[in-house]
Ligand binder design. Sequence first.
Ligand code: ADP
Ligand code: ZN
Ligand code: ZN
Length: 739
Amino acid sequence: MANSTYKSLPIFKIAIAVPLNRLFDYLAPENVTHIPVGSRVLVPFGKSKKVGFVIAQSTRSEIKIERLKTIIEILDKCSLLSAKDFQLLQWASDYYHYPIGEVISAAFPVSLRKGKAAILPQEKHYILSAKGECIKPEQLLKTPKQKIIFEHFLSLGKSLSSARLTKLDKNWRPAVKALMKKGLISTQSNLKTTNNINLQTESALAANKPQQHAINQLSGKLKAFSVTLLEGVTGSGKTEVYMQVIEKVLDDGLQVIVLLPEITLTPQLESRFRKRFSVAISVSHSKLTERQRHSAWLEIQQGHSAILLGTRSAMFTPLQKPGLIILDEEHDSSFKQQEGFRFSARDLAIVRAKLLNIPVVLGSATPSLESLHNVNKKRFQLLQLPERAGIAIEPEFLLFDVRNKILQDGLSEPLLTLIKKTLDKKEQVLLFLNRRGFAPVQICHSCSWVARCHRCDTSLVIHYAEKVLRCHHCGHQQSLLQQCPACKSGELQALGLGTERVEKALQTLFPQQKIIRLDRDSTQRKGTLENHLEQINQGNVDIILGTQMLAKGHHFPNVTLVAILDVDSGLFSIDFHATEKLAQLIIQVAGRAGRAEKSGRVVLQTRQPNHPLLSILLKDGYNAFAKTVLAERQQAMLPPFSFQALLRVYARSPDEPQIFLNVVTGLIQNLNHQQTRILGPVSAPMAKRAGYYHFQLLLQNTQRQSLHVLLTLLIPQLYTLKESKKVRWSLDVDPVDLY
Ligand code: ADP
Ligand code: ZN
Ligand code: ZN
């Protein structure tokens, strides 16, 4: 019954962040005929209201026009995203087979997703008036307080915010009020940004030869798309190269995004950047407040800032004048989002740079095998910084065979000797163990009963300090047991090693030394990590013990002995990514040693001293290792020689996921004309987690295109399967772990 008057009514296709991969049609509010694509609108959705994004304007709808609802409010006058931004998000939605509304929403900070106005906060500034400019402070001799405040204006600049004034003098208001009354000071509103621009910058270092080569190469191709892998060990001066190239981009008036894997790394880089550049720099990561992220996003989007430093989600921030994207530590798996919209910030950065026709630089001491493969395929250019900049010396690797050796809480005799020697020289020791808690297992010495999590397929980890047993997968915790609940008589023992246990042992062995443990448990309180790092850098700490947290980026110049207490777990994982990650970890942890003029030693304790990959890594280096593993992957047709997508499913009962995956397998067999291998369904490596049963199906194809043709046909069907109602499922394209 759509008559001609209705036909002329514009219909707006709106993306909404809901788990349905489709757009929703709405009518414009009365008297509105046009809404810019890319702006946000508030719409009725079910019983609630939601913020949506206008994707297109049309005259047609599959839904009868009388049933269409009307947009409640238009939130933006102009689009917040450029056409290229949209293209990228559409590409990402297609590639990851993830609902477009959710993908677009991921590009915005939470504040804007909730519908907050896209404006930067304003701040009242006090300025010298024309009259104020003409008088001398001596004319205020009778009012000394006013004279002091007035002098601040003369010496610090003619515009001061209330915050700045408060820092200068808590009690500034009466004096400023009096000065305003005299007509010497007036007010104005300025944008309140998160920036303090540093006007006195340090100059660039004199680049060494390989650095200069890299800088020249990169500077020569700033005007078009290219991908460059900058490979250099920790301390080889990659950051210096980034900074000198960024300088050139800034000179052209363009903006730069620098992505880092970890929040803890941003303060270090931020302070180096602020010392070097006299431009506004915005920072964005998940530990900032909603308001700070709102400002950072808009500062970049509106062009008030020239540099954005951030973690993976910052990759989507719209740029006014795109110039360059840099990803530091490109091998790091935290560039891949592991839940919801499982995108790879590295891969999307490359797609984005291609759309924007700008260069991308990927930096790492231990490049991912995928990037090295792309270098081999001539898709990426490789630039290497082979030496450590300055005067630091390469560390020496030592493999300690601990088979049949007595270990003292995980520490072998020769390692203890080395620790003593190092401490005697007043140098620092760093011990790495990737397991928190005291011990991973509590076992009964008489009946072998083990304390297990009732919600997960795993044992409970002993945390002695807190007197609890805790599950590291679901967070369940209970008090530490004194007696075996099974046989009621046996003695309960701690089996295995955690950082807490090693810390205790070290405290007994080295009672005079200052020991710091850095892991998620010991750094929970805000500021603790920063405080610990500060203590270490000031040389107040003798032994540093920690997990993963230690492997990334931190500079410990006085550390000359690094030991990885257990490398074996990485050698026997069922996940083919594990050896690559282990090698990267070893090299990264080793990179913490001997950064200054002192040479470092790196000890690996292992029961596999003859493991071929370990030997190649230590004898011939990371690149030789990478070459061997790439050859193995090619043999086995594993990524990057094939492409994978992992369908994960879970439910309360173990049956539903299997039923669902069996139906999916049937669908794939009907659709599959492109030789996609179907591996599974199988239960996940840890089947039961937090009370849910996890199963998975791995799809693999040597042709990326064929895999995606299949997924494009398959995934929409999953939303409507009746078996999908009883499970939760997710698709992970290019998974970085198969867990
Ligand atoms: P990376 O990012 O590869 O770890 P950095 O750029 O942080 O390396 O450099 C490591 C250290 O060497 C820093 O202290 C840096 O100031 C110094 N450095 C870098 N390049 C030079 C150079 N050309 N001359 C002297 N020192 C340098
Ligand atoms: Zn028992
Ligand atoms: Zn659990």
